[in-house]
Ligand binder design. Structure first.
Ligand code: PMP
Length: 428
């Protein structure tokens, strides 16, 4: 190994020891060693702009989260089978943000939260069927992998799952529906009603409509488009399960939870990524009567879920969002970010629609006649990486830049991003 730099060693080590299912980002992988707010530093001391990482939502290595974790780790870390005050204080504050909900269970990942949500929904409804959108990702357990069409053809969707298109206004308009939230809602509800009928016909019935309310893997779509679909599912005895792993914890700015932007309350809410700023902690919240049929039949224990250290991280995240005003910040900063991005877009035919809410933005990359262009989008992601700006892509055609930075993003970060994008588009 003499003479090899650290990055090369890390690459060789990955090939020799890690499972091949892991995918590295970028043709020239990034080797990070330190972070602060939305900035990252690599092994050579070079500074990067993180416009992608919604896990460290209150900022990389936030001192209050670090201190809370260190302090609790130095005192005690057990599990939920002993008494602890911190989990009760946190639960009270979390449930206060979730209208109509009075029960919460803690887990470690978004996958586990969705897995439990589906089990709970099946017991509560007596039905098995689940409806998801066509590019959705809901996690990596056997149960929810089969509800994640984003995983592609190698992972079959379970037989009791129906896949509907996401509420994409452009698709609704192409089918002759008005290009309004009402038109998109009706179009989407038509697909959901057909899925419910198909599940009824198969004898499964509908247990849940499971959706991510910003449609983060589907391509990022607008608010106020879920009402009629949720009503149809409820009328058939099913529940609305809001997967808040992506839009939750203030990212959309408009609301603390993404599903509230649709003017709806969910029956079950699941969270993950941003909840502990990188410490593994997730939650499934619901109402007592929804939880009861499962909880009184099946014992449930999660060794790490909700332990005092993970709750300390989660509490610090909630405190920071409140004390630093990050929800309002996400709203105002996100709006000016999209205004700046639209200015850049105006100078480049490769940029289609710029859309999103709060600090969740999609930037469409298109070909010469306006068609989705995945190859070009990938070149843009790589070009941005070469300018030390980190992003990725989403959507059915993999052509929508997914821009969702840590919430303490600044006006200077916007300027860095827009300049890098402008340059990349000019000279990919
Ligand atoms: N739901 C959504 C919407 C997600 O984006 C993800 C992760 N990308 C998950 C669930 C799964 O979360 P985890 O990786 O923590 O299991």
């Amino acid at each position: 190994a003499a003479g090899l730099d650290e990055r090369t060693l890390a690459l060789a080590g990955r090939r020799e020891m890690l499972g091949p299912a892991y995918r590295l980002f970028y043709r020239t992988p990034v080797h990070l060693v330190r972070g602060e707010k939305a900035h990252l530093f690599d092994a050579d001391g070079l500074e990067y702009l993180d416009a992608y990482n919604n896990v460290v939502s209150v900022g990389h290595a936030h001192p209050r989260v670090v201190a809370a974790v260190a302090e609790q780790a130095a005192a005690l870390n057990t599990h939920t089978r002993y008494l602890h005050e911190a989990i009760l204080r946190y639960s009270e504050e979390l449930l206060a943000t979730l209208p109509g909900m009075d029960r919460v269970m803690y887990l470690c990942t978004g996958s586990e939260a969705n897995d439990l949500a589906i089990r709970v929904a099946r017991y509560a409804t007596g039905h098995r069927g689940v409806i998801v959108t066509s590019e959705a990702y809901h996690g990596n357990t056997d149960l929810v992998s089969g509800m994640s069409p984003a995983l592609g053809g190698g992972q079959a969707v379970h037989p009791e799952v129906r896949v509907v298109p996401a509420p994409d206004p452009a698709l609704a308009a192409a089918d002759g529906f008005p290009a309004t939230p009402e038109g998109t809602s009706e179009w989407f509800a038509g697909h959901v009603r057909a899925a419910v009928a198909s599940l009824d016909e198969a004898g499964d019935g509908v247990a849940a409509l499971l959706v991510d309310a910003v449609f983060s893997s589907d391509g990022i779509f607008p608010a106020r488009v879920l009402g009629p679909a949720v009503a149809a599912v409820r009328a058939a005895g099913g529940l609305f399960v809001a997967d808040e792993v992506q839009p939750g914890f203030a990212r959309t700015g408009e609301e603390f939870w993404g599903h509230l932007r649709h003017g709806l309350q969910a029956d079950v809410v699941t969270t993950g990524k941003p909840m502990g700023n990188g410490i593994p902690v997730s939650a499934m919240a619901t109402r007592a009567e929804v939880l009861e049929p499962f909880a009184t039949t099946v014992p449930y224990f999660n060794t790490f879920g909700g332990n005092p250290v993970s709750i300390a991280a989660a509490q610090a995240v909630l405190d920071v969002i409140r004390d630093e005003g990050l929800q309002a910040h996400a709203l105002t900063l996100g709006t000016s970010f999209r205004a700046e991005l639209s200015r850049v877009a105006a100078g480049h035919d490769e940029v289609g629609e710029v859309r999103g809410v709060g600090l969740y933005t999609g930037v469409e990359i298109v070909g010469e006649s306006g068609e989705p262009d995945a190859a070009r989008a990938l070149d843009v992601v790589e070009g941005l990486r070469d300018r030390r700006v980190l992003t990725s892509v989403c959507g059915p055609h993999n052509n929508v830049l997914k821009v969702r930075p840590p919430l303490p993003f600044t006006a200077a970060d916007i300027a860095w991003f827009c300049e890098a994008l402008d340059e990349t588009l000019a000279r990919p």
